[in-house]
Design a protein around this ligand. Structure first.
Ligand SMILES: NC(=O)c1ccc[n+]([C@@H]2O[C@H](COP(=O)([O-])OP(=O)(O)OC[C@H]3O[C@@H](n4cnc5c(N)ncnc54)[C@H](OP(=O)(O)O)[C@@H]3O)[C@@H](O)[C@H]2O)c1
Length: 146
């Protein structure tokens, strides 16, 4: 049974993904570590409370290095030697400027969340897709940050 760490699960695509994962047989999906930067998602809380402990919410702000380290420590405790099978780097933002390039003033902020945040989460040993070379460890990134 595979373990998952998914970022940005408070709403949107990733909330839908972890909701689906939590319905799959335990022989296929084991621990689901669903991260959110705030405790403000009633839907995620509801999924966790009905998952018999399979889905756990981990607080994570992907641009805050100390938050990433704290979350990774939780991941290490939860998975121990078994390691992580799937990392889904979904937390991200997309935006557009109605006035084109001239009005675009948040490029650094977007880059920080979509690219640097993904890097911070991916590079630590507990989440590294290279750590378990003998396994089918997979890294998925949503399109916004690439
Ligand atoms: N929806 C689409 O059609 C589509 C298409 C292509 C690519 N994408 C990309 O896929 C990703 C998810 O899309 P979505 O539609 O599900 O977006 P969404 O509904 O806006 O959800 C974004 C998620 O990212 C989280 N997040 C944002 N900044 C964060 C940060 N600094 N630290 C931790 N979490 C953070 C949000 O948390 P909060 O609730 O705390 O804000 C939320 O959980 C985005 O990167 C988007 O660009 C989406």
């Amino acid at each position: 049974m595979a373990s998952y760490l998914a970022t940005g699960c408070s709403r949107g695509l990733e909330l839908a993904l972890v909701a689906r994962l939590a319905t799959l047989p335990k022989t296929e999906v084991g621990t689901i570590l669903a991260t959110a930067r705030q405790d403000h998602s009633p839907q995620l809380t509801e999924i966790a409370s009905t998952s018999s402990g399979r889905l756990q919410i981990v607080k994570l702000h992907v641009t805050d290095e100390s938050s990433v380290k704290e979350a990774v420590a939780v991941v290490e405790r939860q998975l121990q030697v078994k390691g992580l099978d799937y990392l889904v780097n979904n937390a991200g933002v997309s935006d557009w400027s109605p006035t084109g390039l001239e009005g675009m003033d948040n490029l650094n902020e977007m880059f920080n969340i979509n690219a640097t945040g993904t890097h911070l989460v991916s590079r630590l040993p507990a989440t590294s897709v290279q750590r378990r070379q003998e396994s089918n460890n997979q890294h998925v990134r949503t399109a916004g940050g690439n």
